[in-house]
Design a protein around this ligand. Structure first.
Ligand SMILES: Nc1nc(=O)c2c([nH]1)NC[C@@H]1CN(c3ccc(C(=O)N[C@@H](CCC(=O)O)C(=O)O)cc3)CN21
Ligand SMILES: CC(C)C(=O)C(=O)O
Ligand SMILES: [Mg+2]
Length: 270
């Protein structure tokens, strides 16, 4: 039997925070990208409900279904050996009540092989997070800019700019920690406030659009690889231009086929 690779655990993440080592996180939506992110050494891989905006082609994360999220989470898990894989619970799969949240969250662990789930919301989600943790499900919290509230908020905006909002966000972070979450995403928060939250919390903070003083960072993989459309959020940095590479490769293939250059003899059965 192959020597199994040792999985990253929630305890490894705590140790990284204590040692001031960055927790590197990225989203993935299929086995191929999951494997590549794992091979690149990421600690955490989130099967984000940003699959709505990216691979599923919706306007936002609202329409993503539990079935879609479970299917892609299972695919990512099949590609990943070492990193923790977290399923991002979609809109309306955990907000109704704790019973539904536990039933739905459990499916990520049992049916997909995920190592935990993520859900959006601070103090209001304390009872739900607590129920999941009591059931033995590792929970990754998420506070600040909450994409599943885009319709209520009327768009995406930085949270915590006023002193009232900043105090509420610190309280949200403490509530998520008190509920038993193993880490929390800080999204769209001014850098000084995420620095303060990261210092006050014993659990790791993972930032996106939240400055450099978090215990780790997360990015949406299609933003980082240049696979998205024209819009790149301010928080994202282009590390590659894969859309150009892919379009060029497919275009060359098309020209070869039209010109009779492909398939050649070496690609043809005798
Ligand atoms: N491709 C992609 N990348 C993401 O980071 C992402 C998603 N999709 N989908 C789910 C959420 C939505 N996110 C978003 C989407 C838009 C902005 C945005 O418009 N930001 C403004 C700055 C806002 C401000 O400074 O107040 C920008 O100009 O980029 C931010 C986060 C983050 N998440
Ligand atoms: C951006 C991260 C935090 C997320 O929730 C997602 O990708 O859905
Ligand atoms: Mg999400």
């Amino acid at each position: 039997m192959d020597n199994p690779v040792r999985k990253v655990t929630v305890r490894d993440l705590s140790k990284k925070k204590a040692a001031k080592e960055m927790i590197v996180t990225i989203t993935a939506y299929d086995a191929i990208m999951g494997r590549l992110a794992d091979e690149a050494g990421c600690d955490l891989i989130l099967v984000g409900d940003s699959m709505g905006n990216t691979v599923l082609g919706y306007q936002n994360t609202i329409p993503v279904t539990l079935a879609e999220s479970l299917m892609l989470t299972a695919a990512v898990c099949r590609g990943v050996k070492r990193a923790m894989v977290i399923g991002d619970m979609p809109f309306m799969s955990y907000q109704i009540n704790g019973d539904e949240a536990v039933r739905n969250a459990g499916r990520y662990l049992k049916e997909c092989g995920a190592d935990g789930v993520k859900l959006e919301g601070g103090r209001v989600m304390l009872p739900v997070i607590k129920r999941l943790v009591e059931a033995g499900i590792p929970v990754f919290g998420h506070i600040g800019l909450l994409p599943q509230s885009v319709l209520k908020d009327g768009g995406y905006r930085i949270h915590g700019r006023s002193s009232n909002e900043a105090a509420a966000l610190l309280d949200d972070a403490l509530a998520v920690q008190e509920a038993g979450a193993f880490a929390v995403t800080l999204e769209g928060i001014p850098a000084p406030l995420s620095a303060q939250i990261s210092e006050q919390l014993s659990i790791p903070t993972i930032g996106i659009g939240a400055g450099p003083h978090c215990d780790g960072q997360i990015q949406v993989i299609t933003d980082l690889l240049g696979l998205g459309g024209a819009f790149l959020p301010r928080h994202a940095k282009l590390y590659a231009k894969l859309a150009d590479t892919v379009r060029d490769a497919i275009g060359t293939y098309r020209e070869d086929v039209c010109a009779g250059r492909f398939p050649g003899e070496e690609h043809s059965a005798k």
